[in-house]
Design a protein around this ligand. Structure first.
Ligand code: SF4
Ligand code: SF4
Length: 399
């Protein structure tokens, strides 16, 4: 076991109670009942999380990781929170709601086995909202559930013709791009092909595990980590990188599971965010002019990867394109956090600064790499944000 990862519980003792994490926590700003990162991970962690009155506070952490980035002493606050949430559920039952929110991959798979299953599922979520069923089980009816695409990415992929190439990547679409937003995957293929790179997919990859981690299903997320890390290592042995276009997927696959489980087999240096990967190649700069102003919301889970803003760097190569950072904090959705009935208002309060920034901007487009961020922006502003890959794909001149 790697000491770097074995030791996140040891980081508790690095806490000097400076409160920087509390100032950075968006949930704490929006919800008075939340006792905040300092009091749950390091302080309560020293007591081995033995006081029951902290259980409620553990529910409030959205796993946005703003606290980790603010901490000057490297306390692994968010992962300690997730570790502890998992421990809580070793002796407590999950609600039906949490089971549904955690298992989006298996729900998607079932839906695709039924003819017109995507229509039935989309219709079922609307009817469920109207009849109040979703609210009864604790899922808010105030926001739309993600819409299933007519065909998922993996199905569309089979009909896409690509030139064979010695330069290959494996694309990891994750659940959201695969089931709900396959256009992002199509844009990635277009960008990679324009750079002479052939895109493969690996049907044996599973969900990254983020929805399971944030709802405390630790045993199941460990099984996914075992599977996915073995797949990543297999591709590494063939010298083929694995590229994700969702910043939560890439963060989880790179390091989050390794830290939570203290197991360096789950630390993967063969995984790249799409734009991080594009920065490593000799990029095709035969790009058409895109005379637009783009407002860019940087996802929390990209900031946590410490790789800078590779999408901004690369899109800056597009003639006449101007990018402005929204710089307005967390969007507030944080995976399944904002779908919980009791946390919907908190989620929207957190997103208010970003919504106001977007609503007062006259930018032509809004963009963000994270699917949940894009859903929250659409819900809070009625604007339909793009993934930066869609903007780059649109700038590649036809051959
Ligand atoms: S992960 Fe986000 S919500 Fe959780 S304690 Fe840290 S800053 Fe607060
Ligand atoms: S920022 Fe780090 S050192 Fe400061 S209170 Fe939070 S966990 Fe402790």
């Amino acid at each position: 076991m790697n000491e770097n990862f074995a030791g996140i519980r040891k980081t508790i003792d690095h806490c000097v109670a400076c409160t920087a994490c509390m100032a950075a926590c968006p949930v704490m700003r929006a919800l008075q009942d939340y006792r905040g990162p300092k009091l749950i991970a390091p302080a309560h962690g020293r007591l081995h999380f033995s006081q029951d009155d902290f259980d409620r506070s553990l529910e409030f952490c959205s796993n946005c990781k703003s606290c980790d980035r603010a901490c000057p002493n490297g306390v692994s606050v968010s992962n300690l929170n997730m570790q502890q949430r998992g421990k809580f559920f070793e002796s407590h039952k999950h609600s039906q709601r949490d089971k549904i929110l955690a298992h989006i991959e298996s729900a998607g798979k079932k839906i695709r086995t039924i003819p017109f299953g995507h229509q039935a599922a989309n219709w079922g979520s609307s009817v469920g909202k109207i009849l109040g069923i979703s609210e009864k089980i604790g899922i808010t009816a105030k926001r739309p559930l993600p819409i299933y695409a007519r065909k998922n990415f993996k199905t569309l992929f089979k009909s896409i013709h690509q030139q064979k190439s010695d330069r290959k990547i494996v694309f990891y679409p994750g659940c959201y791009i695969n089931e709900n937003d396959p256009d992002v995957g199509i844009a990635l293929i277009r960008v990679m092909n324009a750079n002479g790179i052939e895109v493969l997919i690996d049907e044996n990859f599973r969900c990254c595990g983020s929805p399971l981690i944030s709802t405390g299903f630790m045993n199941e997320s460990r099984l996914l980590a075992e599977n996915n890390s073995a797949r990543i290592q297999d591709w590494k042995s063939k010298n083929i990188p694995v590229v994700a276009a969702c910043t939560t997927c890439s963060l989880v696959l790179k390091s989050e599971l390794a830290e939570i489980f203290g197991d360096d087999r789950f630390a993967n240096n063969n995984v790249f965010d799409a734009f991080e990967f594009l920065e490593t190649i000799d990029l095709n700069l035969n790009l058409a002019s895109v005379p637009k102003r783009i407002l860019y919301h940087v996802p929390c889970h990209l900031k946590s990867q410490g790789i800078g803003l590779p999408a901004r760097e690369i899109l800056s190569e597009i003639p006449d394109l101007k990018i402005e950072l929204a710089d307005a904090g967390c969007c507030g959705l944080s995976g399944n956090f904002g779908y919980k009935k009791e946390l919907y208002d908190v989620s929207m309060k957190i997103g208010r600064e970003l919504f106001d920034r977007i609503l007062s901007s006259d930018a032509d487009e809004v963009m963000s790499e994270c699917g949940p961020c894009r859903m929250q922006i659409q819900h809070g502003t009625n604007r339909e944000p793009m993934h930066p890959l869609e903007i780059l794909a649109g700038a590649y001149l036809p051959n």
